[in-house]
Write a protein that binds this ligand. Structure first.
Ligand code: PBG
Length: 331
């Protein structure tokens, strides 16, 4: 009788990989359209306007944004995050356009809610699209970004979004204490059910390049954002940021950028057990698209793989420019 050599393994990991059905049964994570938040850009013009550094992504008119809301509903994408392009004529030193109750974002919110009330709408609370210097806050003569004076503006901006029908405001400015101030203002004004998604761990990243083109702040940005956004070298600091934002009244937190910061996504989701979203930012999208357009990688495959990796790391949702494309593939 032949003896099996001792070296044959009792456990063969490949048994569970041998065909699609067993691989799907053994899969630890799934990706569905319900995991996606669709990031869109809106502008005040007509129709769609391509963004050169984000192939396949257009700035949408208010009417097109309403169509996008209907499309999200059809595709099972639960929410849309709205980012405005404001032309040079709409920018000033203090970003006053951000506070206008009838500004571009409030108008987009109303049109989108009208078109598809079942789709959640998330707004960006920060001044960068509206300031002539491109910073997320005010800019003092000595080049500093004043924290508390900026918060007063952000509170007004958040209230304008809430009044226009936003479901979630997402402060992305990284000022200290803004979550608490916005929460207090919401409570005072009767917006007790407004949700706050804090960009809690947001890093000073080179991956935001194409976004700044898309919102028209790339050319105008004076200096960098390192005095308010986090240092990519740090992760303990991210946990402190998250703890503070939760204590101030955030309902959900976000980590941004995404893939290069999956360790942070994982630590935040396991440490706090709160809904943790990850933002696959513009530079991440652009890298994948550029390589795919050159034929260097299989774009669809890498898109899906990158999104699944967020799930594996513990993200409860992913803000991504791929949302429509990925949801179409997921069926
Ligand atoms: C700033 C904001 C930024 C992004 C979202 N909100 C850019 C920045 O901090 O300079 C970047 C998103 C992306 O790159 O896709 N309010």
């Amino acid at each position: 009788m032949t003896q099996f050599p001792q070296s044959f393994p009792a456990t063969r990991m490949r048994r569970l990989r041998q065909s699609p059905w067993i691989r799907s049964l053994a899969a630890e994570n799934v990706l569905t359209p319900a995991d996606l938040v669709w990031a869109i850009f809106v502008h005040d013009g007509e129709g769609r306007e391509p963004v050169a550094s984000l192939p396949g992504i257009d700035r949408l008119s208010v009417a097109e944004a309403a169509n996008a809301a209907r499309r999200a509903s059809e595709l099972g994408i639960p929410a849309i995050a709205i980012f405005p392009y404001i032309g040079p004529e709409g920018k000033d030193e203090t970003g006053s356009g951000a506070l206008a109750p009838d500004g571009l974002v409030p108008r987009a919110l109303r049109a989108m809610k009208d078109a598809a009330p079942e789709v959640g709408l998330i707004t960006d609370v920060a001044l960068d699209a509206y300031t002539s210097h491109g910073h997320d806050g005010l800019l003092d003569a000595d080049g500093t970004i004043p924290n508390d004076a900026t918060i007063e503006k952000l509170v007004e901006q958040a209230l304008a979004h809430a009044a226009a029908g936003a479901d979630i405001v997402a402060p992305s400015d990284m000022m200290d204490g803004r979550i608490g101030a916005i929460r207090a203002a919401f409570d005072e004004e009767g917006f007790t059910n407004m949700m706050i998604l804090a960009y809690a761990a947001k890093y000073a990243s080179g991956f935001y390049g194409p976004y700044r083109d898309a919102i028209g702040s790339a050319k105008s940005l004076k200096g960098d954002k390192k005095t308010y956004q986090q240092d990519p070298a740090n992760s303990e600091e991210a946990l402190r940021e998250v703890a503070l934002d939760l204590a101030e009244g955030a309902d959900m937190v976000m980590v941004k950028p995404g893939l290069p910061y999956l360790d942070i996504v994982h630590r935040v989701s396991t440490t706090f057990g709160v809904p943790t979203l990850a933002y696959q930012v513009s530079g991440e999208y652009a890298q994948i698209k550029a390589a795919a357009l050159n034929g260097w990688i299989d774009g669809d495959r890498v898109m899906m793989e990158s999104l699944m990796c967020f799930k594996r790391a513990g993200a409860s949702g992913i803000i991504t420019y791929f949302a429509e494309e990925a949801a179409e593939k997921l069926g």
